[in-house]
Design a protein around this ligand. Structure first.
Ligand code: ATP
Ligand code: MG
Length: 340
């Protein structure tokens, strides 16, 4: 498989080699039921994805008109993915995330988590937003992190306090556990929001441009910290951004959405990129390809955003064209869990 493979339309699971490597690591971990057991077993049938977004259209109905935010979008997210939704402003990224969170019902299609339809918000999906004011200002950092655990009755007070201490420490804010949000910088507030989300140990962590309001240096630092938290806890992440660079750094898979209404244009495996590859020739070339996909006019005669237009834009032989390959099936499951 090519290093930077772009697949068209629905869906590609993470690279098989990456998933197999992650599974091996997982199985070797002390305490894992498979630790010490020969991992070379006969592959079973492909497991269902953790999250399935199937043909989802979302409409906003106002008195005057109906605004279609996304049109028949579909993708699968597997446990342990860092799945990025990338697209221009107004293409429906936040709307899609809110729908996965259970705040907005799709007009058509469905969203399944663990095979069950998402119909309302739940503690298994936690959202981190862009805004610095997402923390109640009258609560200390510690109380902010404990609050959703207690409110959702996920755990008792003792465990909530233990989890809060752990995740506040993981985001480097132990010394600030007893201060209020107004005493924190924007980056620190976002760290609290991340600690609060991780403490819930959700099945899927949803992040909507969480670093977009930060200065460039802090944003870079936060990306680094998020990736090292992922290295430690291997949570499943859906991350919204309109920054191509951020998508390549943060994601192992990227779904590229067309402008309003958002449709899935292409999907990219980006596991090989990270902060280490910033500025490399391969990184730049891939960023340019994505840029063309996001903003180039479709080929003459093709309907904008249509599969024909996208296929022509990506055709091998065109400058920056890439080979299209059929979707593959996943192998094995990744039973990642955060244990405290
Ligand atoms: N409450 C609403 N009522 C009506 N239309 C809305 C509402 N919220 C969003 N929209 C419309 O839905 C479309 C998608 O909006 P959305 O906020 O999901 O885009 P986005 O991709 O997150 O953009 P951005 O990158 O600017 O955050 C836009 O055309 C927007 O105007
Ligand atoms: Mg948005």
């Amino acid at each position: 498989m090519s290093e930077h493979t772009i697949r068209m339309g629905p869906f590609s699971p993470p690279l098989q080699s990456e998933r197999a490597a992650l599974q091996d690591d997982e199985a070797r971990a002390p305490g894992h039921p498979a630790a010490g057991v020969d991992a070379r077993v006969v592959p079973g049938p492909a497991p269902a994805a953790l999250l399935q977004v199937q043909g989802v259209s979302i409409d906003y109905r106002t008195r005057e008109r109906v605004v279609r935010a996304t049109h028949r979008v579909g993708f699968d997210v597997h446990a342990g993915d860092r799945f990025v939704l990338l697209g221009a402003s107004g293409c429906g990224k936040s709307t899609l995330l809110k729908s996965i969170a259970g705040f907005i019902a799709p007009s058509e299609g469905q969203i399944l988590l663990g095979g069950r339809a998402v119909t309302r918000p739940g503690p298994d999906r936690v959202v981190v937003f862009q805004e610095f004011d997402q923390l109640p200002p009258w609560k200390t950092v510690r109380d902010n992190v404990m609050f959703p655990l207690l409110a959702s009755r996920s755990v008792g007070r003792k465990e909530a306090a233990e989890r809060a201490a752990l995740y506040i420490d993981k985001v480097g804010l132990s010394k600030f556990a007893d201060v209020h949000p107004h005493q924190l910088s924007g980056g620190m507030k976002q760290r609290v929001a991340i600690a609060r989300a991780l403490a819930m140990q959700p099945q899927v962590l949803l992040m909507d441009e969480p670093f977009a309001a930060l200065d460039a240096l802090t944003r870079r630092r936060m990306q680094e910290e998020l990736l090292s938290l992922w290295d430690e806890f291997r949570f499943t992440l859906i991350f919204v951004t309109h920054s191509i660079e951020e998508a390549l750094v943060v994601g192992n898979r990227i779904a590229i959405l067309s402008p309003h209404p958002g449709r899935l244009r292409a999907e990219l495996n980006s596991h090989q990129f990270g902060l280490h590859s910033l500025g490399s020739a391969e990184f730049q070339a891939t960023a340019q390809r994505i840029h063309r996909l996001l903003f180039d006019e479709p080929a003459a005669g093709a309907v904008p955003g249509s599969v024909q237009a996208d296929a022509e834009a990506l055709a091998p032989g065109r400058r920056g064209g890439v080979a299209l390959i059929p979707p593959q099936r996943a192998v094995g499951s990744l039973p990642f869990q955060i244990s405290v």
